[in-house]
Design a binder for this molecule. Structure first.
Ligand SMILES: Nc1ncnc2c1ncn2[C@@H]1O[C@H](COP(=O)(O)OP(=O)(O)O)[C@@H](O)[C@H]1O
Ligand SMILES: [Mg+2]
Length: 261
């Protein structure tokens, strides 16, 4: 297989049920380096569950996961991190009362030769990674509780990429943000793309992510309705996929597409 075109990640025929409910049903999707794939669908469609299988939070009932063309045994979050898969949840999971650098190194602190915390090195690293992501960010001395939503988002992303994430999962990153901060997250995503990171961007709002996504994948009732390059479909067509499960001509039909016969 052409190495250039081997996807960063492939999820193949993934299924999981909770009790009798098929939360994810035979879902397949892939992601390439430097690509943003938006995972769209109503609340309850199975988006978060699917990505929690990739991030090791849930154990799938069926299906395979490939990273760089090789099948990988992802059974827990530690496995996922080993393969460069990092997730940023809507809640961000930041430690509010400490600064950006402390958050970046939370649980993985740098130490001096004497075993004490190396605050100088951590702040220098924090400035380097934050400078790349969000050059205007200057509030290194303040607890993250004082930061804006967009700034907090950039701290959470910096923490993920600091430890060599190649695959970033962002679950509803802009759900709690205003328009200006949503735009700021968009800038972060573009920066990550330029660095060759592959991003799954999950949203129930097509307008939030359409402009950022190279491809869209729509889920409904746990199934993939279809996948399309953003340039090959209109927003209205994607809305039709989300609401009706109707797959337009520009999309690759998934098992969840409405039967039009
Ligand atoms: N831990 C769980 N236990 C039971 N049911 C769950 C659990 N997680 C998700 N579900 C169910 O799986 C379905 C898909 O949910 P989810 O993946 O959160 O959807 P989305 O992220 O698209 O809004 C829903 O019916 C939800 O109630
Ligand atoms: Mg969700």
């Amino acid at each position: 297989m052409d190495q250039m075109h081997t996807p960063l990640v492939e999820l193949k025929n993934i299924s999981i049920a909770f009790g009798g409910i098929r939360a994810v049903d035979d879902a397949s999707i892939d992601l390439h380096s430097g690509e943003v794939v938006a995972l769209l669908g109503h609340n309850g469609a199975g988006k978060s569950t699917l990505i929690k299988i990739l991030s090791g939070a849930y154990k799938r009932d069926a299906g395979t996961i490939l990273v760089n063309g090789e099948e990988v045994p992802i059974a827990n979050p530690r496995d996922a991190k080993k393969y460069g898969i990092e997730t940023i949840y809507q809640t961000l999971a930041l430690a509010d009362n400490v600064d950006a650098a402390a958050n970046l190194f939370l649980g993985r602190e740098l130490r001096t030769a004497w075993g004490t915390l190396d605050d100088v090195a951590m702040e220098a690293e924090a400035r380097k990674v934050m400078g790349r992501l969000n050059p205007r960010f200057q509030r290194f001395k303040e607890p993250v509780s004082k930061l804006s939503g967009g700034q907090r988002q950039s701290v959470a992303i910096a923490r993920a990429i600091l430890f060599n994430a190649r695959i970033l999962i962002m679950d509803e990153p802009t759900a709690a943000l205003g328009p200006q901060e949503t735009a700021q997250v968009g800038e972060l995503v573009k920066q990550l793309k330029a660095d060759g990171i592959g991003i799954f961007l999950i949203s129930h709002d097509i307008h939030d992510v359409f402009d950022l996504a190279d491809r869209v994948c729509v889920m409904k009732n746990g199934q993939v309705v279809g996948t399309a390059r953003t340039q090959d479909v209109t927003k209205d067509e994607v809305l039709g996929m989300i609401i009706l499960g109707k797959c337009p001509p520009g999309a690759i039909v998934g098992p969840g597409a409405m039967n039009l016969s």
